[in-house]
Design a protein. Structure first.
Length: 64
C-alpha cells in the first residue's frame, strides 16, 4: 500500500528505512522524500513509526 503518492513510497519502503535508522518523519523524508511535497502522508508515516516500524525507537508516554 502506498504511503506517499507524490513519490510512490510504500509502507514496506518506510519500514525498510526505519530498520536502517530513519526513526522520525523527518529522517524518513531525508531517506526517500516521503512527506516533503504535499505533506498529506506525514500522519501515515507517524502512525507506521508508532506501530513499531522503527525497532530501536523509544516510546514516550505522558503520565496523567
Amino acid at each position: 500500500m502506498y504511503v506517499c503518492s507524490c513519490f510512490g513510497i510504500t509502507e514496506q519502503q518506510v519500514r525498510q528505512h526505519a530498520e536502517t535508522g530513519a526513526c522520525t518523519p523527518r529522517q524518513i523524508a531525508g531517506a526517500c522524500k516521503a512527506g516533503t511535497d504535499c505533506g498529506s502522508c506525514v500522519r501515515k508515516i507517524q502512525a507506521l513509526l508508532g506501530r513499531g516500524a522503527c525497532p530501536g525507537a523509544r516510546r514516550w508516554t505522558r503520565s496523567s
